[in-house]
Design a protein around this ligand. Structure first.
Ligand SMILES: *[C@@H]1O[C@H](CO)[C@@H](O)[C@H](O)[C@H]1NC(C)=O
Ligand SMILES: *[C@@H]1O[C@H](CO)[C@@H](O)[C@H](O)[C@H]1NC(C)=O
Length: 397
């Protein structure tokens, strides 16, 4: 009973009606950052709009969509002051001098072009994952951000929540000894990630399960192993019948160097699937979002590392001792509330970084580049190949 109540309370505050503090005044020494969103994407309310409503230092300012009436409806529904539409809508938003930061949730294949344009226009960018179609795109985006002195962050929101950080702390603090094996899985029922005509099935737009949901388990095992893989041992993809360059699911076996010199490599299996069919044709597949790690003296099972605010569990099983289960929603002595979603923690860090404060945690450019490199290596091993690199060239000023 109390368990259900806790879930309800957190979900309500995180995703339905977050507490709404007054914005800091415009004449304040640190005026609120004005957000502009490229595209009226379905993910925007969870990933940015609701978190922004409970952040006193940001203001929902403008949205751009190809279709002006869609932009207008979106703006009115979510409380944005301005909207831009038509052929030049995205660029018009970037040219608006009032916009401080841009959220880019466009299809993967457009991440590069519009992030480059946003940076060129002098805006900080919160960029949806995976950061681009190729690691080369990611390198170029971070290089431009660096040149311009702007903040660019790949939105790996789960990293900012205390739950996954606790898992890494258990691995790092040596309680269970060195890590030997780490698996991570993200599978979703068919239909949840869009339909057959959706952007996730379009090769040019950076479609495919390894891009869409596979980027999470990959990022997660790299984080928990505190390093990059040493090799992709094998990778197999389930190909989409209508376009065999698209995977609807991928499984990859990776290795990482052991933290102990001379020891066997750390084994890792990552699995993703965004089209798991219903069981017996009608019972929907329940999303599987898990991490299993084996260390020298025990193991850890994590349930729901992607949306921990709803509910999660970290079960630690020390060898020869009683297992225990932990749930962590806040940082001890740090900023945050029980109902803060991964996205809310992420926005806090993003704003801290822009304001010159030290964020609680950060996803570095090197980290984003490496994640993209290993996505490409997995596609190479599974035989599907990288997604096409953007042909966009930023005009030199
Ligand atoms: C990964 O390794 C496991 C265990 O060794 C094996 O059963 C599985 O077939 C491998 N998966 C792939 C995609 O090669
Ligand atoms: C990790 O996945 C591999 C391949 O499926 C499996 O053989 C192994 O038992 C898994 N390990 C854990 C800790 O879940």
């Amino acid at each position: 009973m109390f368990f259900i109540f806790g879930v309800f309370k957190r979900v309500y505050a995180a995703f339905i009606s977050p507490p709404h503090p007054p914005n800091v005044e415009d004449n304040d020494a640190s005026p609120p950052l004005k957000i502009g969103i490229l595209g009226a994407a379905a993910i925007a309310p969870h990933a940015l709009i609701l978190p922004a409503k409970s952040h006193p230092e940001v203001e929902l300012y403008a949205v751009a969509a190809r279709d002006i009436s869609r932009a207008e409806n979106f703006a009115k529904k979510h409380g944005f002051k301005k909207w831009y539409g038509g052929k030049d809508g995205y660029q018009d938003l970037l040219d608006d001098p009032a916009v401080d930061m841009v959220y880019n949730p466009l299809p993967n294949g457009l991440h590069y072009e519009w992030t480059m344009k946003a940076l060129a226009a002098g805006k900080h960018v919160l960029l949806e994952k995976p950061s681009g179609n190729t690691a080369e795109e990611t390198r170029r985006m971070f290089s431009l951000a660096d040149q311009k002195g702007l903040v660019l962050l790949e939105a790996f929101h789960y990293r900012f929540h205390p739950a996954i950080q606790r898992v890494r702390a258990i691995i790092d603090n040596g309680e269970l000894g060195a890590i030997k094996e780490v698996n991570a899985t993200l599978t979703l029922p068919k239909g949840m990630a869009g339909n057959d005509d959706g952007i996730r099935m379009k090769y040019d737009l950076g479609g495919g399960a390894m891009m869409d949901c596979g980027c999470y388990p990959l990022s997660c095992v790299r984080y928990l192993a505190s390093s990059n893989p040493t090799a992709v041992m094998s990778a197999t993809a389930v190909r989409y019948p209508r376009d065999p360059r698209i995977d609807t699911g991928t499984t990859a076996n990776l290795t990482f160097a052991s933290s102990k010199p001379g020891e066997e490599p750390v084994r890792s299996t990552i699995r993703c699937d965004f089209a798991v069919p219903p069981r017996w044709g009608f019972i929907p597949h329940w999303p599987e979002i898990s991490v299993h790690a084996v260390c020298e003296r025990g193991s850890i099972d994590v349930f729901n590392f992607v949306m921990p605010v709803i509910y999660h569990s970290i079960t630690v099983r020390p060898d020869g001792d009683v297992p225990r289960t932990e749930r962590v929603y806040t940082f001890e002595g740090g900023k945050g509330e029980e109902w803060w979603s991964t996205y809310r923690y992420q926005l806090e860090a993003f704003v801290d970084k822009i304001k010159g404060r030290t964020p609680q945690t950060w996803v570095s450019p090197e980290d984003s580049i490496a994640n993209m490199e290993w996505i490409e290596k997995i596609y190479e091993e599974s035989g599907l190949g990288s997604r096409p690199q953007s042909t966009y060239v930023l005009p030199t000023a």
